[in-house]
Design a protein around this ligand. Structure first.
Ligand code: 3PG
Length: 211
């Protein structure tokens, strides 16, 4: 589903009561997947609330420990994303039967992921780590590896990443900004998501959906 939509919104929810309206706002914008990060205490409750929404695929993000993998999966997370590469986290994901997308930014980290049998990784922080040029350079030796660039990606530059054959999808917080979450402005989130969905579909970065 992530590959089909090519977008993964990265969410830090201050309050689990926002989870359900947020999930519905994502769906209304045309996006049926979400990564809820362990950056706030509300993460587990928010994952559970969003996982209960029909048609929404929910994963856990910023997963740093095997214990967080257990809590995320128990709450209904169906994939796990980490900022870096942890063999312990990846192995716990395998035991629990959920896909793991660890973060990498060097050839060595990619080889470590390959050693664990992974073929898809998060490339983080994408813009700061060399962006499109870096992914193209990494793809030359690592022909089978697929990337989810995250970090500094937005509606204006997502197309340049998605045009790389090795890129499965792009992730980021730009569709769910902290101030918009705090304001509970669900219509704004739906609009930001719809804009991103349109940018993916049209191939024209940052263009608004037209009637
Ligand atoms: C992440 O954890 O994936 C990043 O913090 C997202 O980066 P962004 O805020 O630049 O999108």
């Amino acid at each position: 589903m992530i590959e089909a939509n090519r977008l993964l919104p990265v969410i830090a929810l201050p309050d689990a009561s926002a989870a359900r309206p947020l999930g519905e706002a994502l769906l209304a914008g045309g996006l049926p997947c979400a990564e809820v990060t362990f950056r706030t205490d509300a993460a587990v409750e928010a994952i559970a609330a969003m996982a209960a929404i029909d048609g929404l695929l929910v994963g856990a993000g910023t997963v740093l420990t095997p214990e967080q993998v257990d809590r995320a999966v128990a709450a209904g997370a169906r994939f796990v994303v980490s900022p870096g590469f942890s063999p312990a986290v990846v192995r716990r994901c395998r035991e629990r039967g959920v896909p793991a997308f660890p973060g990498v930014m060097t050839p060595t980290e990619i080889q470590m992921a390959l050693d664990e049998g992974l073929s898809t990784v998060k490339f983080f922080p994408a813009e700061q780590a060399g962006g499109v040029g870096m992914i193209k350079a990494l793809s030359a030796p690592f022909r089978s590896v697929r990337f989810i660039p995250t970090g500094g990606v937005n509606a204006d530059n997502l197309r340049s990443y998605l045009d790389i054959p090795a890129v499965v999808a792009v992730g980021g917080t730009w569709m769910v900004p902290a101030d918009v979450l705090t304001a509970k402005d669900w219509a704004r989130i739906t609009a930001l998501v719809a804009e991103a969905v349109q940018a993916v579909k049209s191939g024209e970065p940052g263009k608004k959906a037209t009637a």
